[in-house]
Design a protein around this ligand. Sequence first.
Ligand SMILES: Nc1ncnc2c1ncn2[C@@H]1O[C@H](COP(=O)(O)OP(=O)(O)OP(=O)(O)O)[C@@H](O)[C@H]1O
Length: 463
Amino acid sequence: MVAEPASDSIDAVWRGALDFLADDGGLSAQNRSFLRLVKPLAVVEDNVFLAVAEDFTKNYVETTLRGQVTEALSEVLGRDVRIAVTVDASITPPPPADGETDEPRPPQVRRPEVVPPPVVEDPHLNPRYTFDTFVIGPSNRFAHAAALAVAESPGKTYNPLFIYGGSGLGKTHLLHAIGHYTRHLKPQTRVRYVNSEEFTNDFINSIRDDRSLSFKRTYREVDVLLIDDIQFLQGKEQTLEEFFHTFNALHNAGKHVVITSDVSPRNLDGIEERMRTRFEWGLMTDVQPPDLETRIAILRKKAAADAVQAPSDVLEYIASNITSNIRELEGALIRVTAFAALNRQPVDLSLAQVVLKDLISDDDSEITASTIIGKTADYFGITIEELTGTSRSRVYVTARQIAMYLCRQLTDLSLPKIGDHFGGKDHTTVMYAVKKVEDQIAQRRQMYNQVNEIHARIKQSRA
Ligand SMILES: Nc1ncnc2c1ncn2[C@@H]1O[C@H](COP(=O)(O)OP(=O)(O)OP(=O)(O)O)[C@@H](O)[C@H]1O
């Protein structure tokens, strides 16, 4: 059993968590700056209480940084913990530690007249999903144009904008791009991005905690609401009712709503007619699987963004063989370039063919999260309960993170749904695991081999 740290050791726990994050290497300078604004308060059972001076910082820590911070604290404490962040306006950022003086200091957010507040991305928006990084082709030209028009003048035309289409075709990317561009043009615009599952959880929690007013404020006091994967609301009557009122309140006030779904409004079963009709009030547009040229252009852009060298014939090979999902397309490129980097080999066609042999197969029967979890547990010689449980032993954590990564790569499940398969883990934990495995694949041969071997076994099990 892990001893409960005395309350005066909370500083040591927090320092350990910061060291863990530093070793992990995944924290940007901006995020390090944010963590310096946090004052650790106490560990009580499985809760770690933190305080910050501002709502803005609280929001950032609770959304963008939650996965990493929770993971680090759980690692240090040896068990799964949750974080709770409170606002205490009397907190001032600590002075820089020795040797830290060259690091950029976070701006003093409480003296805006001297130093302006930090200009950071909206914590809910992925910085990589912008219009600049979006490749336009015949399959998405209309959706892109509509998204751009909304971003340029929200509340005016195409309200609501409804974007639908299959998994991994860029719907989420477009939603985030609208958010970024709107804020770029008019920084004071209040934009909120939310996945429908988070909306549901937020709603349920607000009822449980008697916070319906703050829930309403969160979703109604915005200029642009971007709501992803609305199909998850199918059949959830109370949440739908709440969403219906949210939608009406925003629409009546001339605020913009952008919705994505895997099917068109009329194919959304389990959603009342009155709501489906409203979705059709504005503009509906689909995104289709991209053609070969667009797929090659997407790979080229991705290679340039990641600064990896990949000759044209390799990009064409990948693009010719992976046709229906852009997430898979990008995953294949990462796999090839990671293998080449680990083996200090140049990326060429024969290498790509070997590396992608099992990925490019004719068998397209569906891979499930259960298969992935089962095969990963087998590989590590642990049980499914251990893999999906809460133990922090290294082997369990590695197995859990690899299985989460493979679920993201090989299934159409959303981050919250993947979390559900792992005993109800938070979607930010899944996001963190995916990012961590992605990074380590390119840096550690062992990780690369493990992921590849498990992937091969999953594919074989379907043969
Ligand atoms: N046209 C595009 N140009 C560049 N990258 C793209 C494009 N379309 C999709 N992508 C990339 O493909 C990946 C999957 O896209 P995204 O998550 O937006 O798909 P989605 O349609 O929302 O899928 P899901 O329904 O599974 O959530 C992302 O990394 C995204 O950046």
